[in-house]
Design a protein around this ligand. Sequence first.
Ligand SMILES: *[C@@H]1O[C@H](CO)[C@@H](O)[C@H](O)[C@H]1NC(C)=O
Length: 269
Amino acid sequence: MARSNPGLLLGLLLLRLNWCLAVDGGGAEEGGGVFPVVVSTWPFREAVRAAWDVVKTGGAGGSAVDAVVAGCSACEELRCDGTVGPGGSPDEKGETTLDALIMNGKTMEIGAVAAMRYVKDAIMAAKLVMEHTGHTLLVGEKATSFAISMGLAGPTNLSSPESIEKWSNWRQNNCQPNFWKNVAPAGNCGPYHPINIPKDPVKSAVWENQGITCQEWLQNDNLLEPTSSHFNSVNRHNHDTISMAVIDKMGHVAVGTSTNGATFKIPGR
Ligand SMILES: *[C@@H]1O[C@H](CO)[C@@H](O)[C@H](O)[C@H]1NC(C)=O
């Protein structure tokens, strides 16, 4: 029952997280009617639709890579949840920077940008890294220069009135919460300096808990296992960002993600 496996797997994934999914309901088409498939985190319907339009049209359909770019770009333009594209998630200096990654399952190539400034089109920049360089990851202003030199628009102001207001309110609240630990002054805005690590690191390492949660889940390769209490802490209100997987009509897989990162992050994160 090879045909039912993708459906079963996707069904199990849907039980585990909030996903948005588009599949061919048509049954017996080319490729057995299973593909194309588009899956996205969260109910980002417009992004799934944009990817679907690419992968569904024409005889062989558009490529999975192009569909991932279309889907993630749609979210960047729509600023999905304020967590994708420009205008959201200011860092602790108030600046919005972008991260994106794309993988082509057919060629096993990867491209990514991180902490990219002044360019809106993060997933397109990641695709340019993948297709036109021998590198995997470009960062910061060097990623900006690369993206602009390859034809993307910029430099652009990635802040919005909303992101600046959010940041001002946070400053007024003594820059709380933030991502620092084992520093002084605690409970206030920086500059910070390191202090001795306390004897009980568990209590101080609030932010590391999230990393441990993910790791535990990833190590659990049995999707039928009951959800752990740790895993339940992942929900719509503390996780966001678009990640998308596409299988095109040819059966090729591509995945991508695009985000403006964590709000009030330390610049460079
Ligand atoms: C960028 O945009 C924000 C929000 O509209 C604005 O407050 C800020 O002054 C702009 N920065 C520059 C350098 O134009």
